[in-house]
Write a new protein. Structure first.
Length: 490
């Protein structure tokens, strides 16, 4: 009765007639079996396509039989399909090279493979494996970067020696960069330099064996996000000069003395002996305003500090010969370039490699970059994750942040250094620093704010001594900086 209610009397009669025909007709039974098998194959293919999130048409061509036929028809005989793996961008196919087929031949016939599989141009990448007779055919059918590159804070211990995940390519693979090297970060305004800078600096902030120092020559706009994250911040040319001289006269000799005392020629990062990263934001402005002597001191610092665990990361949006001197550029072994405007800028950054595809002036949009160092020999494009201001400010720092660290106490054994270096540690130096501090406090007593140049005249001290003493007094809260570069007593 329920069947009658559902189909009606005519429907039930029609169903009975069809059933009788199928029982009596051999041809009808064969037809029905073919249709059932077709439906089952279609269902299986739909499930296969859904499992790898690929189009049904591509799923059909990836079946072993269809794959073999496609390879024979496209001059790829010997490319045997192995297991498949779903990826953020599509699917990876592990394939074997048999017969006369070689990796070079396969690379030269990627277009034929794209045509045979019916995919868009430039969506197949061949990756080698640890075996010469095996490759991975990477198919890209979707954009893993559609919603941006995800950024997650690392869990557990973070060390400066750990490779830093820097960006993701169109196949959903991350690339990493070694942070213990001198790095050039180039890119026009709005190209996303701060993206890569923040990704790298966030690792330093969290590292238990490294400290970050931030020099911001953009009026301190970016440095505000690093308050409480960096152990030292400089926002003017004068402050940068003071930091350069502090490194050359105090910190570098201290580190050299420590390495001599430990009998080592390599700086080994520890929680006590920490790596120092000096991140310079918009270094072109610093180059333009430094004197010839200060420039020589900067170049000397960049050249010598690496062996002592101090690394310069230099960011600029004006990669021109006048703003990026050869003496500096030649020392920066790792290059990270975001979008540039012109080919001549790309040539200054990458030199002759421009003819090999290193063209940051052709990058697709903001946030994309090329990276060149010992681990990145090819011009592959990557996109960096975006770390918003609030996320950067919330990143926990390992260690205690101060505005500017005072010069550390020198161990007694450093007095055993050769006379050329011992002169840096004479007792008179400490006495001069103390007298300079007192002279500055007296000069600032009962008067309005004064500029550093005025204080140099008032105290009769050298410019470098005054800048160093001012930084220390600021760190101790005895002096504060007002508008127009003036200093006042707190």
């Amino acid at each position: 009765m329920e069947l009658v209610e559902l189909l009606g009397v005519k429907g039930v009669i029609t169903l009975l007639v069809l059933g009788w025909i199928l029982v009596k007709s051999k041809a009808a039974r064969k037809f029905l079996k073919r249709k059932i098998r077709a439906v089952l194959r279609r269902t299986k293919m739909l499930r296969f396509a859904a499992a790898y999130s690929i189009p049904v048409r591509l799923a059909h061509r990836l079946q072993p039989k269809q794959w073999a036929e496609m390879c024979d028809n496209r001059g790829l005989t010997g490319l045997k399909r192995g297991r498949l793996k779903k990826t953020p961008a599509g699917v990876d196919i592990r394939a074997g090279l048999h017969g006369s087929l070689t990796l070079d031949t396969l690379l030269s016939r990627i277009v034929a493979l794209e045509t045979g599989l019916g995919v868009e141009r430039n969506t197949i990448k061949i990756a080698s494996t640890d075996r010469s007779d095996k490759v991975v055919v990477r198919l890209r059918v979707r954009d893993p970067l559609k919603d941006g590159v995800p950024y997650t804070l690392p869990t557990g211990r973070v060390s400066i020696t750990d490779p830093c995940p820097l960006g993701m390519d169109v196949y959903g693979d991350w690339t990493t960069v070694n942070l213990e090297q001198r790095i050039l970060i180039a890119g026009t305004s709005g190209s996303g330099k701060s993206c890569t800078q923040r990704v790298m600096s966030s690792r330093v902030i969290q590292a238990d064996d490294a400290d970050l120092e931030f020099w911001d020559l953009k009026n301190g706009t970016e440095a505000q996000n690093y308050r409480g994250k960096a152990v030292a911040i400089a926002t003017t040319t004068e402050e940068c000069v003071a930091r350069i001289n502090w490194f050359r006269n105090v910190e570098i000799p201290r580190r050299a003395a420590l390495m001599i005392a430990e009998g080592t020629t390599k700086w080994n990062p520890t929680a006590k002996n920490r790596v120092r990263i000096i991140q310079v934001d918009e270094g072109a402005d610093l180059i333009r305003h430094l004197s010839a002597e200060d420039l020589d001191n900067l170049f000397s610092l960049v050249e010598q500090a690496r062996a002592l665990g101090v690394y310069i990361w230099w960011a600029t949006q004006y990669p021109l010969a006048t703003n990026l001197p050869t003496a500096l550029r030649s020392q920066l072994g790792c290059i990270i370039s975001m979008q540039l405007r012109r080919k001549n800028e790309a040539q200054l950054v990458f030199g002759d490699m421009v003819s090999e595809g290193w063209r940051p002036d052709k990058l697709r949009s903001s946030g994309w970059f090329l990276v060149s160092d010992n681990q990145h020999p090819k011009p592959d494009e990557y996109k960096a994750p975006l770390i918003p201001d609030e996320v950067l400010k919330a990143i926990p720092m390992v260690g205690t942040a101060v505005s500017t660290p005072p010069p550390p106490e020198l161990p007694a054994k450093t007095l055993e250094l050769p006379a050329r270096k011992v002169s840096l540690f004479k007792v008179e130096v400490a006495a001069q620093e103390l007298n300079t501090r007192k002279a500055l406090l007296l000069a600032l007593r009962g008067q309005g704010g004064q500029k550093a140049t005025q204080l140099v005249t008032a105290t009769g001290r050298q410019k470098t001594q005054v800048y160093l003493a001012l930084l220390q007094l600021q760190a101790e809260g005895l002096v504060h900086k007002t508008g127009h570069g003036r200093y006042e007593r707190t």
